[in-house]
Structures are given as structure tokens and as C-alpha cells.
Ligand binder design. Sequence first.
Ligand code: ADP
Ligand code: ZN
Length: 210
Amino acid sequence: MNIIFLGAPGAGKGTQAERVSAKYAIPSVSTGNIIREALRNGTPTGLQAKAYIDAGKLVPDEVVIGIIKERLAKDDCAGGFILDGFPRTIPQAEALDKMGIVIDKVIDIEVPDEKIVKRMSGRRVCKKCGASYHTEYLRPAREGVCDNCGSELTIRADDAPETVLERLRVYHAETEPLKDYYQKTGKLVIVEGQEEVEDTVALVMKALEA
Ligand code: ADP
Ligand code: ZN
């Protein structure tokens, strides 16, 4: 199964993508995580992306399309995959179509803007492996420490409130039109993001089984 997760930054699509990945044993591909890893490793792609991420802007289409092409060509994607954070623009969706990739379901997680800003302030990320947590909704076993690798948790620079507002603006302008794009193919399912992670997981699983 090939699945896309759509939604505003901080709507929880990364967490949901991870859960579906574990259940269906298919990889979750997060362009944000790939870019942040490239940044940590100081690769040319990472350096190129830094200014855009820090400003809350989208990384140029040709850069992320290149990243996705390379990633989806790997063996582990042969039996299906989940896209978390791609596509984010119409040209990115068109690039996916041109690659001949057939999408089975597009899950759009809806959370009102007012809630997004509040949620983002609690978001934490592992410095080393990139795993995401939340001070309220997704606590690590030990405060400030990553369950996966034991490294320290930090706040992402682009989760600062001013940057979050810009990311929301970009989301509405560039990414939200994708709902229409996939509505037309009959693949879109809208899931209302719930207060509790597990409640959203249940709705997402139901949507995938339908
Ligand atoms: P969130 O979903 O919380 O916004 P991500 O980790 O998915 O966070 O993305 C972080 C940043 O990485 C984005 O603000 C953007 O700069 C860049 N990015 C990730 N995916 C894409 C994409 N498909 N197109 C352009 N930029 C992207
Ligand atoms: Zn970690």
C-alpha cells in the first residue's frame, strides 16, 4: 500500500505515519527528517535547505523531488511506503504522478490553526536520531531523553512561534490545494486530529481499512 499523509505542520502526521509504518511493516518516508539528517551531516543538500527551513519556507521543489526519487528507489519501498510531508505543493504531486507511482490512500489530518500553535510549543525532537516527542501528548519514558537512542531532546528552531505562523501561512497557500488534487482522484480521506494520539491512531487505521 502506498499512503500519503497530508496536514498542517504539527497536526501529528509524523506520529501517525510512524504508527502505520509499524502496523503495516512498510517504511515511513519523512522529507523533513531526511533534510534534517542531511543538515546534521553537513551535505550539500542539507546546507542548501537550511535557510529555507529556518525561515519556515518550503525547500525548492526540485531539491525535495530529487530526495524523494532517490529514497523511493530503495529496496525497502518496493512493498509499499508512507509519505510523511511529501508532496507539499502541486508540482511535487505532479512529479510523483510522472514517476508512475500509484497512491492508494491520502490521509489528511485536520487540526485548527489555533491548536497548532499551542501544540508546536510542546514539540521536542531528538538531537541524534530525529525521533519526535511532545511534552503533553507523546512523552518519552524519561523527561528530556530519547526512548530510541538515549540522546538529549531539544526544541526545533523552526518550532519557534513566529516561524510556526509562517509555516502555517505556507501550508494554507501551497499545501492545502493538494486536498482538492487528491479529492478528485477519490483517494482523499479526512481525519479530524483528536486530543489523544491513540484516538487519532484509531481513526487513521479505520480509514486505511475501509
Ligand atoms: P512539519 O510537518 O512539522 O512542518 P517537517 O519535518 O515535515 O515538519 O518539515 C520541516 C521543514 O522541512 C519544512 O518547513 C520545509 O522547510 C522542509 N520540507 C519538508 N518536506 C518538504 C517538502 N515536501 N517540500 C518542501 N519543503 C519541505
Ligand atoms: Zn534519539
